[in-house]
Design a protein around this ligand. Sequence first.
Ligand SMILES: Cc1cc2nc3c(=O)[nH]c(=O)nc-3n(C[C@H](O)[C@H](O)[C@H](O)COP(=O)(O)OP(=O)(O)OC[C@H]3O[C@@H](n4cnc5c(N)ncnc54)[C@H](O)[C@@H]3O)c2cc1C
Length: 368
Amino acid sequence: MSNVTKTAAPAAGRAAAKKELPEHFKAYKHVWVFVEQERGQVHPVSWELMGAGRRLADRLKVNLAAVVIGPEGQPTRNAALESFCYGADLAYLVSDNVLSDYRNESYTKALTELVNTYKPEILLLGATTLGRDLAGSVATTLSTGLTADCTALDVDADGSLAATRPTFGGSLLCTIYTLNYRPQMATVRPRVMPMPERVVRDAARIIIHPLGLVEDDIVTKVLTFIPDRDSETSNLAYADVVVAGGLGLGSPENFRLVRELATLLGAEYGCSRPLVQKGWVTSDRQIGQTGKTIRPKLYIAAGISGAIQHRVGVEGADLIVAINTDKNAPIFDFAHVAIVSDAMQLLPSLTAAFRARLLPDSRARLAV
Ligand SMILES: Cc1cc2nc3c(=O)[nH]c(=O)nc-3n(C[C@H](O)[C@H](O)[C@H](O)COP(=O)(O)OP(=O)(O)OC[C@H]3O[C@@H](n4cnc5c(N)ncnc54)[C@H](O)[C@@H]3O)c2cc1C
């Protein structure tokens, strides 16, 4: 028997990185969700985040607060009132006509001032175009950590936010902690979190905070607002039914079969990434890790192999129907209905069958 004395290995990873939280950060408490609204419309990702925020706040036994920033008037106030129906205990409201259009400077000022004044421990934003822009500048202004595009949020045993996101091209998931700074910030893409049930509740506390900024202080000027008609026209992320095609369709012409079925079903159509890279389909239709996350009731995937980067965007669907000629295709590992078939034959047959069922007139025609 050897007489070797074992010394404890030095603390590695997270334990080694964690220091005592600096005294001035110990006052940071409560979970905040930024309620994104533009032109009176609240982005639904805000309510999805309220659901996630509610779970975190309950675990930490703290309050969940909504943060609403926008122009003076009823729509902005309504967004604050609506937040109570999605679980907020209180709302912070900064309303000023300088905030009519989103501008990074004014929104960053509003949000950083709120954080410095009321000190939340966790701050969540939607990973939308606006949310990504704002989260990045708020995190750098506050010199704190931001985990972008999270797929799961949790609280660990010592109360730290465990923010999980894909890494290495989606082949691994990593959990990131902001151990020594506050607030712990995270963004989450639309549809990644389930939409909580809306429960009518009376308004609780609304804390109104002044902006302390005038138009002349802001360098960026909005001259006019031109909606982008060429992109973001699809409602893919929030559609109940989605039909999508992949490389197995073989040619851009065959993608028409996907569009025809989608149109008949009143569905949205989407695709895997290679079709966007080949220029067959526009990028706003891409589904997956670097495209949209979807949560439809029905997802029909034709000629898509089911790579992990595609899978992460669709696994929230209630029913996944996959059509693939290869019975060993990875998509069959997570599809609810697996159809081993040639999509070029099955898609037209499905369209004809649905047409016969959905349109009584065409049933007569098909019967001839
Ligand atoms: C960093 C990174 C990010 C990525 N992000 C995304 C993303 O957001 N979304 C995404 O989709 N991909 C993404 N990808 C690419 C991903 O890894 C896959 O390459 C891609 O999803 C494959 O697309 P596909 O299934 O259409 O093609 P393939 O993998 O080539 O699969 C084609 C499938 O069609 C089947 N098939 C062939 N002929 C027929 C037929 N006649 N009828 C029916 N089936 C047929 C084949 O059996 C095969 O399974 C990403 C990759 C990386 C590295």
